[in-house]
Design a protein around this ligand. Structure first.
Ligand code: FE2
Ligand code: FE2
Length: 190
């Protein structure tokens, strides 16, 4: 779907529904359910459209917190960068914006992994190597997706963004909580 079609899609559909509802009210009368049904769909359309738009974006939730402020800040920043990338996809902002959003997300992901691994090392986390391997695998998978994007262009971008979004959200909300629980216990923060 082109950018113009995307932008026009909802107003065009609402305009059509409005005309159809008015015409059917005149043709079938207020006692007939069809015009009422069309009116209902007409009012529901903008909410559905907004919901479809938002489902690609990630919202930070308190339950994502690992209890260590600097790591939470990194994770928030990563989710913001994912949303930045989703904006590039959803609004088809062009190749330059796509590349920048993707590069920034990959760069920050690597930076965050280094910080996290250094923290685990500092506190003697026993599963550091396992965690480190997960990070390395993710970077390798993500690089393969990015390579795919570089050869196929825009049509491959949604796959990259979905992979990064799902991996990061699951990792932040699962595996990362294992090292943070260890560190918090060790430092008597809990
Ligand atoms: Fe993390
Ligand atoms: Fe991690």
């Amino acid at each position: 779907m082109t950018n113009a079609m995307k932008l026009l899609g909802t107003p065009l559909l609402m305009g059509t529904l409005l005309v159809a509802a008015i015409l059917t009210f005149f043709a079938l009368g207020v006692g007939n359910p069809v015009p009422w049904l069309l009116t209902l769909v007409l009012f529901a359309t903008p909410f559905y459209s907004k919901w479809r738009e938002n489902e690609h974006f990630v919202v930070w939730r308190d339950e994502y917190s690992v209890g260590i402020a600097e790591m939470d800040d990194d994770h928030r920043k990563l989710l913001n960068l994912i949303n930045h990338l989703q904006t590039a996809i959803h609004y088809q902002t062009g190749e330059k914006f796509e590349q920048e959003a993707l590069d920034e997300l990959m760069t920050y992901t690597r930076y965050h992994f280094q910080r996290e691994e250094a923290l685990m090392q500092q506190y003697g986390y026993p599963d550091l190597e396992v965690h480190q391997k997960l990070h390395q695998e993710m970077v390798a998978d993500a690089e393969a997706f990015v390579k795919d994007y570089r050869s196929k262009g825009y049509k491959a971008l949604a796959g990259v963004a979905d992979y990064l979004k799902n991996w990061l959200v699951n990792h932040i909300n699962g595996t990362d909580k294992e090292y943070s629980a260890f560190i918090l216990q060790k430092t008597h923060f809990v």
